[in-house]
Design a protein around this ligand. Sequence first.
Ligand SMILES: Nc1nc2c(ncn2[C@@H]2O[C@H](COP(=O)(O)OP(=O)(O)OP(=O)(O)O)[C@@H](O)[C@H]2O)c(=O)[nH]1
Ligand SMILES: [Mg+2]
Length: 279
Amino acid sequence: MSRAGLTSSPQHNYETLAEESKVIRILVIGKTGNGKSSVCNTILGEDKFATGRSMASTTKEVQVAETEKDGDRIKVIDTPDVTNCEMDEQQMQAEVSRWRSLTSPCPDIVLLAIRCDVRYTKEEYDIYSQIKSLWGDGLRERLVVAFTFGDRQDQPIENELKTVCPELKRVLKDARQRYVVFNQTDTPEGRAKTVKKVLELARGSRPGHILPLLVITLVLVGLVCILLVVLYSLCGCKPVKLAAIIIGIVGMVYGVVVFALVLAVYWIPYPFITKLIRL
Ligand SMILES: Nc1nc2c(ncn2[C@@H]2O[C@H](COP(=O)(O)OP(=O)(O)OP(=O)(O)O)[C@@H](O)[C@H]2O)c(=O)[nH]1
Ligand SMILES: [Mg+2]
């Protein structure tokens, strides 16, 4: 690794477990030239990674850089297009294993860079499929499409997505229709908005934020149900029985609403709900 402040090897030695939990890990993958390093630089807020227009791949090995935003450490992992680096199957597997260890225990978000100004092809889909199979389980769950070259769009992306090829539809299905449009030539305010969206998606997909809420909800609903049964069976007094039924119904409704909200956040991470349940 040649550039100051970057590293191509794991840096876990000095990180305590508590510190690790505050790190947001963003892995950027995709076809060569699709703007992966540019996406990383946008997230980092500075040009830490080399980008280029040459015919050969610019990024030849995985590289990592960090920044801090809103009290969180953001770790950005830029990757080479392994299918275009003259690697054999074993080398590709080793490279992807390095990505896994650099994002351990798992990336909060995997950005798949796709140009929105050129046709999406089966060949490009095969690159994604290959990375997916080299990675193994868990890549799809964290997938978000990063549409790059947003400045070259000539119609709103929503319209464009209605007529895309089956392969891109499959990718978007894997990503649960989650995407972010990147435009390297955007204003600083525009780029900050894009980064904000990425971080909201990354925070929203953290099971660490969802699981405690699920557990608390289930415990509360359980307690309410026990209270209901005790009150109902021990008490002969009609008003108390009525109160028990009301408490029971309120408890159930509360449980169902929170449970549905948590699931909605997991599947459709709307920023405002994400903020609401962030523990
Ligand atoms: N106009 C425009 N150019 C972009 C945008 N994003 C990236 N580029 C340019 O596209 C070229 C390739 O971008 P990179 O970020 O190097 O792409 P990469 O995917 O990292 O490429 P490799 O490292 O070779 O795999 C660079 O010249 C960038 O300046 C964008 O949103 N708009
Ligand atoms: Mg690159």
